[in-house]
Design a protein around this ligand. Structure first.
Ligand SMILES: Cc1cc2nc3c(=O)[nH]c(=O)nc-3n(C[C@H](O)[C@H](O)[C@H](O)COP(=O)(O)O)c2cc1C
Length: 172
């Protein structure tokens, strides 16, 4: 069994998630190939199952992942495939934000023609220490409004690693 994991990231947290999934797969003696969507990944045809992971920024997933999925949607639709959607919306229980996130994801899947077996909504991270001044300021403001973390001297990770582990079972 060969598993392909393709990810797109802006600040790096989705790469951490993809690496975690790779390690968990290897613990189960699954050969996993990890690919950054911006570095021309191989065709999924060479694999038995695929996990695609990307994060939301201003309502959109990274264009590199959109290109990858669009190019390979027919192969992806023929095999076991799973989408890991990373966002801050998934860290909170805000029905309006969830509605938007689900719509944004539906739009992404519709525009790429991909029909994954499952979409796993995963809470991402507030990486204050990695943002530039403006991004830190804006993210702190958004977080404050949502009642979230505002201590910019450290990063805040909301990912539920145990839940992520269990999604592997959907493709392997
Ligand atoms: C500039 C910026 C815009 C963001 N926009 C959204 C958004 O529209 N919806 C959302 O749920 N999360 C949003 N987020 C949260 C990210 O999805 C979250 O921080 C995620 O962990 C980023 O993953 P990455 O490090 O792989 O890029 C945004 C984060 C940043 C820094």
């Amino acid at each position: 069994m060969k598993l392909m994991i393709v990810y797109a990231t802006t600040e790096g947290h989705t790469r951490t998630i993809a690496e975690f999934l790779e390690k968990e797969a290897e613990k189960k003696e699954i050969t996993a190939g990890l690919f950054d969507a911006t570095v021309k990944p191989p065709s999924p045809e060479e694999y038995d199952a695929v996990i695609v992971a990307a994060s939301i920024h201003a309502g959109k997933y990274q264009s590199a992942i959109e290109h990858f999925v669009q190019e390979h949607h027919q192969s992806l639709n023929r095999m076991k495939s799973l989408f890991v959607s990373v966002s801050l919306t998934a860290a909170a229980d805000e029905p309006e934000s969830w509605k938007e996130l689900k719509q944004q994801t539906e739009d992404f899947l519709l525009s790429t023609g991909w029909n994954p077996a499952h979409v796993e909504y995963t809470a991402g991270a507030l990486l204050y220490t990695k943002y530039d001044y403006l991004k830190r300021f804006i993210m702190r403001m958004i977080s404050k409004k949502a009642g979230g973390d505002t201590d910019t001297s450290k990063d805040h990770v909301y990912t539920d690693w145990e839940k992520l582990k269990s999604v592997l079972g959907r493709v392997i």
